[in-house]
Design a protein around this ligand. Structure first.
Ligand SMILES: CC(C)(COP(=O)(O)OP(=O)(O)OC[C@H]1O[C@@H](n2cnc3c(N)ncnc32)[C@H](O)[C@@H]1OP(=O)(O)O)[C@@H](O)C(=O)NCCC(=O)NCCS
Length: 197
C-alpha cells in the first residue's frame, strides 16, 4: 500500500512538477496555481481553501524528527517561491509573501514577508518593527550594535554642544526695565552653526 502511494506520488510529480508526500493531510479545495516546484512534506497538514503558488515548499528544517513540517489553517495564500520550514503553525486567513522564508509560527489574520519572514500586517493593521530583535535575522545583532552606537554618539554630541555653549547665560540687561531675551543660538551664532549636522 505504501509502495502504491509513493508510486502515485512520484508519477504525479513527473507529470506536474508537484511533489505531495502521501503522508500529508490535505483539506478541501487546495489550489496549487501553476504547479511546478511545489513540495508538500510528509507531516504537513493543510486546512481548507488554501492556495499555493509555484515553488512553495512546506518542508522540514532537517533538524526535527516526527512532526517536522508546517501546519496550515484555513483560507491561506502562500506566494510563489515561499519556503515554510519546520513544525510551525500558520493561522487562518494568513498571507505569505512571495519569496518569504517562514521559520516560526504565525498568528491568524497576518501577512508575513521577507527572509526570515516577519509580520507586516495583522488584523488589517500595519505592524511596524521598532526593535531589530523582532526580525530575528542573524544581522539583527549588527543592527542593534549600530543603533546603540548612534545613540551613544548622539548623547556625546549633545553633551559636547552643551559644554561648548555653556549653561543658559543670564542676559538680563537693565535698559529702563526692558529685558531682551537673547537665545544662545543668537549669542554664539558662528559656533552654533559648527554643530549643525
Ligand atoms: C505578501 C502580499 C500578499 C502582500 O500584499 P498586500 O497585503 O497588498 O501588502 P502590501 O503590498 O501593501 O505590502 C506590505 C509591505 O510588505 C512588503 N512586501 C509585500 N510583499 C513582499 C514580498 N513578497 N517580499 C518582501 N516584502 C514584501 C511591501 O513592500 C510593503 O512594505 P512597505 O509598506 O514598507 O513598502 C503580496 O505582496 C505577495 O507577495 N503576494 C504573493 C503573490 C504571488 O506569489 N503571486 C504569484 C503569481 S504567479
Amino acid at each position: 500500500m505504501r509502495f502504491l502511494a509513493r508510486f502515485v506520488s512520484q508519477v504525479a510529480r513527473l507529470l506536474t512538477g508537484i511533489e505531495i508526500h502521501p503522508g500529508a493531510e490535505i483539506g478541501r479545495r487546495l489550489f496549487i496555481d501553476h504547479g511546478i516546484g511545489t513540495v508538500i512534506g510528509e507531516t504537513a497538514i493543510i486546512g481548507d481553501d488554501v492556495t499555493l503558488y509555484q515553488g512553495v515548499t512546506l518542508g522540514g528544517t532537517g533538524k526535527e524528527k516526527g512532526k517536522r513540517h508546517p501546519t496550515l489553517g484555513n483560507n491561506i495564500s502562500i506566494g510563489s517561491g515561499a519556503k515554510l520550514l519546520g513544525n510551525i503553525t500558520i493561522g487562518d486567513n494568513c498571507r505569505v509573501g512571495a519569496g518569504s522564508v517562514v521559520l516560526r509560527s504565525v498568528p491568524a489574520n497576518s501577512t508575513i514577508v521577507g527572509v526570515p519572514g516577519h509580520i507586516v500586517l495583522r488584523d488589517g493593521k500595519r505592524v511596524i518593527i521598532t526593535d531589530p530583535k523582532d526580525i530575528r535575522d542573524p544581522l539583527s545583532d549588527v543592527i542593534i550594535k549600530l543603533a546603540a552606537e548612534v545613540h551613544e554618539l548622539r548623547e556625546k554630541f549633545q553633551q559636547h554642544s552643551h559644554e561648548a555653549l555653556g549653561a543658559e547665560p543670564n542676559l538680563t540687561i537693565d535698559e529702563g526695565g526692558s529685558t531682551p531675551n537673547i537665545s544662545p543660538q543668537d549669542l554664539f551664532q558662528d559656533d552654533y552653526q559648527d554643530y549643525q549636522i
